[in-house]
Design a protein around this ligand. Structure first.
Ligand code: ACO
Ligand code: ZN
Length: 223
């Protein structure tokens, strides 16, 4: 095994290494035709889905030096909805989530972070909820599933707590992570979800978080 690893490392820089595409963020092996094909496919779908032209009367709810946040509501023009659907499809593919059917499609609020290169680089989908179950930070009991077997099985409290707003998806384009885009999306959500009030972190809940999502949520809610 050791020699094999060594071989790959030696040849890696030239032909076999993993490449990160600077436009679509996909990590693939350039020497592998199947990988390359998958990349080409993803690349086109990604750039098409993520391109942002903008529309008259778009709802800009926040502006920053490196972009802006646009809010899309269910009764917006069909091209706005189409854009949200394209982005959601990419996100669902990346997360491997099943498409979730919202309980109240009329009440969904989608926030898109648009970079100054006119691309959708972040997306947050929120819906009203009545209660949530707190994720307990430490798994209880020795027989709790190990994180490698079942990374999403966080132990949840069985006591419901009142909540107002559920985040059903939050996603930031791979190459734009750790630039506080997710944080700014959640700040904006708290400000815009209910007219005239700023939601506290207790009033928002992240549904079914991924490991990334959990790290972010823990950090966000403590600060
Ligand atoms: N590991 C450790 N800490 C993290 C991570 C991470 N992967 N991501 C965020 N944080 C913490 C950090 O403390 C960070 O602050 P710092 O960079 O100053 O240290 C703080 O959270 C704020 O992070 P942001 O920069 O605002 O987060 P980002 O824009 O990178 O987006 C997100 C985070 C959305 C989780 C992103 O990593 C992502 O899209 N991941 C893939 C999709 C995903 O898993 N989404 C969550 C699904 S769960 C759900 O949708 C309910
Ligand atoms: Zn690409």
């Amino acid at each position: 095994k050791k020699t094999k690893d060594q071989l790959i490392i030696d040849a890696g820089q030239k032909h076999f290494g993993a490449t990160v595409c600077k436009s679509c963020g996909m990590i693939y092996t350039a020497s592998n035709p199947e990988d390359e094909m998958q990349h080409v496919q993803h690349h086109h779908r990604f750039l098409e889905g993520i391109k942002y032209v903008g529309w008259k009367k778009e709802r800009v709810v926040a502006e920053f030096w490196d972009g802006k946040i646009v809010l899309v509501l269910p009764h917006d023009p069909s091209f706005a909805i189409k854009k949200v659907e394209d982005v959601q499809e990419l996100v669902d593919n990346e997360l491997g989530f099943q498409q979730v059917v919202p309980k109240c499609p009329n009440k969904i609020k989608t926030f898109l972070f648009i970079s100054d290169e006119k691309r959708v680089v972040g997306c947050l989908i929120a819906e009203p909820i009545k209660q949530a179950f707190r994720v307990l930070s430490e798994p209880i009991g020795p027989e709790s599933p190990s994180s490698t077997e079942c990374p999403r099985a966080w132990q949840c409290s069985d006591v419901p707590e009142p909540a107002v707003c559920g985040i059903s998806r939050i996603w930031v384009f791979r190459l734009k992570r750790r630039k506080r885009i997710a944080r700014r999306l959640v700040d904006t959500l708290r400000n815009c979800f209910m007219f005239g009030c700023f939601l506290s972190t207790d009033e928002i809940a992240f549904s079914d978080p991924t490991p990334d999502g959990k790290l972010f949520a823990t950090k966000y809610c403590n600060t």
